[in-house]
Design a protein around this ligand. Structure first.
Ligand code: ZN
Length: 374
């Protein structure tokens, strides 16, 4: 049983970028030796179709673009994904997938190997086999992710909005942080302001790490009370229209000591130098190394244990990766973070992070939050 609905044409949406995204994806079929692709990854599904529901699959051939989803979402899908035919499906894949593959004359069906589990892959294989469909399943990776890495103007606009909400909340709360407040209180104050100012559900749990907790790059806010002179690492983001922002700052409640000032200024120099020297055409490895070299020269190379940055968009971590060994080539309209850090067990840590966009070959900051001077 199958029913294919075609949504009524909505004139103002016909020119949407979504259509262009599908065309760009199809141009990658030959290089990946596939003649159709089965999209399962949630952000990729949304990016290509515009459909924001939490369940569904895309089946894209050179001629067809089909969004298969269940009865909870068919109405929403028709509105959000006007460039796709909407196929209402039930719980049994055998009822629709083999028919779709054979009717479309597909011989090599790409699937997203980084998303499909072992058991789901077996299910796909068995479903096709049982209906005598001989198409091969071909693992592909990074196809949609490589398109997502380069943002269009509408996407950049949403990230700018999310960043503005993040920046304002940080500045408002940072001015109130003092000894005695708990990490959880700081995190909640930030979250509340961001939600009140229009953020959707936050893209990730806010990190507030004080004193020794700040040496954990991903510290969970605890009931620990912040003490005088300690570093407090804050990492936070908002979400607007599905797009995330990412901001980290390190503040000191009370008077910073000599060690805080020293570490803070090394990280700040590494961050600012990377901001000014990262250029279009560099690899993620080269970009990372600009900041890493400064931290290494200062004697803290071992204490910078994570990558310099990552792409930001529908996911808070996406392509490109700016880190050791990354061959990702940075290009205009990529949005990513620049976030060096130094972490010392028992003492704490410092991280400073901005979200930026590459424009005319150079880094343009999207984050505007104040960088404190110590
Ligand atoms: Zn980040």
């Amino acid at each position: 049983m199958r029913a294919v609905f075609t949504s009524p044409p909505i004139p103002w949406r016909r020119e949407m970028a979504v259509n262009k995204r599908v065309l760009k994806l199809r141009r990658l079929f030959d290089d990946n030796k596939i003649d159709a692709i089965f999209i399962t990854q949630a952000e990729n599904r949304r990016y290509l179709s515009g459909f924001d529901g939490t369940a569904g699959y895309l089946f894209i051939t050179p001629k067809k673009a089909i969004l298969a989803t269940d009865f909870r979402y068919t109405e929403q899908a028709a509105l959000e994904a006007p460039d796709f035919e909407i196929l209402r499906i039930g719980g049994n894949m055998a009822d629709w997938l083999p028919g779709l593959v054979s009717d479309s004359g597909v011989n090599s069906l790409g699937f997203e190997s980084a998303d499909v589990t072992y058991s789901f892959h077996r299910q796909l294989q068995n479903t096709l086999k049982k209906k005598d469909v001989t198409a091969k399943l071909i693992p592909v990776s990074g196809m949609v992710e490589s398109l997502r890495a380069v943002k269009d103007a509408g996407e950049i606009e949403l990230i700018i909005k999310a960043s503005a909400i993040t920046d304002a909340a940080f500045e408002q709360v940072a001015a109130t942080i003092k000894a005695g407040m708990t990490e959880k209180q700081v995190a909640w104050a930030l979250e509340k302001i961001m939600r009140e100012n229009g953020s959707q559900a936050l893209p990730f749990e806010i990190i507030v790490g004080s004193g020794p907790n700040a040496s954990l790059p991903h510290a969970k806010p605890s009931d620990r009370a912040i003490r005088d002179g300690e570093p407090v690492v804050i990492d936070m983001g908002a979400k607007v229209g599905g797009y995330a922002s990412d901001l980290s700052r390190t503040v000191c409640a009370g008077q910073p000591d000599a060690q805080f000032k020293k570490i803070y200024n090394i990280v700040l120099e590494a961050q600012m130098t990377a901001m000014s020297k990262i250029k279009e055409g560099m690899t993620g490895h080269e970009a990372d190394n600009i900041a890493r070299e400064i931290i290494r020269q200062a004697g803290y190379g071992e204490a910078f244990g994570h990558s310099l940055g990552h792409g930001v968009g529908l996911a808070e971590h996406e392509s490109p990766r700016l880190g050791p060994g990354s061959k990702d080539i940075l290009s205009d309209s990529m949005v990513f973070t620049i976030e060096p850090g130094i972490y010392i067990t028992g003492w704490g840590g410092v991280r400073i992070e901005d979200t930026v966009v590459l424009e005319k070959g150079k880094v343009k900051p999207i984050t505007k939050a104040l960088k404190l001077k110590y």
